[in-house]
Write a protein that binds this ligand. Structure first.
Ligand code: SAM
Length: 275
């Protein structure tokens, strides 16, 4: 009978050409099927037998379903988020926004008011609330599926008493003063071809933003002035070729802009403060 190590090797080989991270995917699927964390699997694979449902999980991945949808979660920053169809899978690049926001904050125990526009499964808001014990926040999204996951994630992380989620069309129904506004809007041009993992599984409403990918920035940025408290900052994720165009929109709306790069050195986050 094949052991777990051989099964992982074989699965990783089959996943080459489907995934950029075939071995990692195989390990995550095996750990999920065994109901253990990946480090426990890697430390002592000989302890386990191949679970019956591993081959079914592997077949799903071979059809390009993202690992996060198969296992039902994605780790982001220091938190684990439940994810599922209807909500974008959080991306490591978005951690640049968390770093940028935290570097802007002087006192982590300040009673800050946060707003996360397009919160998805609560990604940016919950990651920041986990770092800021006195902060409270509002997460807005147009997707009910995403909002249901955000609420579940807030409860699972013990943050539900400091996070409110509501359905909305960007900031149209939002009023108030926020010290920190976060937003990772759709920013892919409609004509762009995406990998099947993304195109066939993740919601188009979380990805595409008109002919030039800027449609949502054009709607969001003008509202930020009304919502930003004196001394506050808005942190926007951008596609790595969008710095000049989104900076132009922000400057036209009266903001001073600085840019932060992601771990790959690409432009990824813009910080907007009142000029
Ligand atoms: C790129 S995803 C980001 C999700 C999450 N913030 C993250 O980083 O994982 C964009 C999000 O914006 C939401 N969205 C799209 N159009 C919207 C609108 N008009 N009003 C509010 N949210 C919207 C999508 O449903 C999606 O959850």
């Amino acid at each position: 009978m094949t052991d777990v190590r051989a099964a992982l090797r074989e699965a990783a080989q089959r996943l080459e050409g489907v995934s950029d991270t075939p071995r990692l995917d195989a390990e995550l699927l095996m750990a999920h099927a065994l109901e253990v964390e990946r480090p426990a699997l890697l430390l002592d694979p000989a302890r386990f037998e191949i679970p019956a449902d591993f081959s079914g999980l592997l077949e799903r991945r071979l059809k390009h379903e993202p690992v996060a949808y198969i296992v039902g979660y994605r780790d982001f920053w220091t938190i684990r988020l439940k994810v599922g169809p209807g909500a974008l899978i959080p991306r490591p690049d978005s951690e640049t926004l968390i770093e940028a926001a935290l570097s802007w904050i002087d006192a982590k125990d300040a009673p800050l008011r946060l707003l996360d526009l397009g919160t998805g499964p609560g990604t940016l808001l919950l990651a920041l609330l986990s770092e800021l014990p006195e902060a409270v926040g509002l997460g807005v999204d147009a997707s009910q599926a995403a909002l249901a996951l955000a609420g579940e994630n807030a409860r699972a992380l013990g943050l539900a008493d400091r996070a409110v989620f509501c359905e909305g069309d960007w900031a149209a129904q939002v009023a108030g003063d926020f010290d920190l506004i976060l937003c990772n809007p759709p920013y892919i041009a409609d004509c762009e071809q995406l990998m099947p993992d993304v195109a066939d599984f993740e919601p188009a409403g979380a990805l595409f933003a008109g002919a030039d990918g800027l449609a949502d920035y054009r709607r969001i940025i003008p509202d930020l002035r009304r919502l930003l408290a004196p001394g506050g900052v808005a942190v926007l994720e951008i596609g790595h070729r969008q710095r000049i165009s989104v900076t132009g929109l922000a400057e036209a709306a009266g903001f001073a802009v600085t840019c932060k790069q992601d771990l790959g050195g690409r432009d990824r986050a813009l910080l907007l403060t009142r000029a």
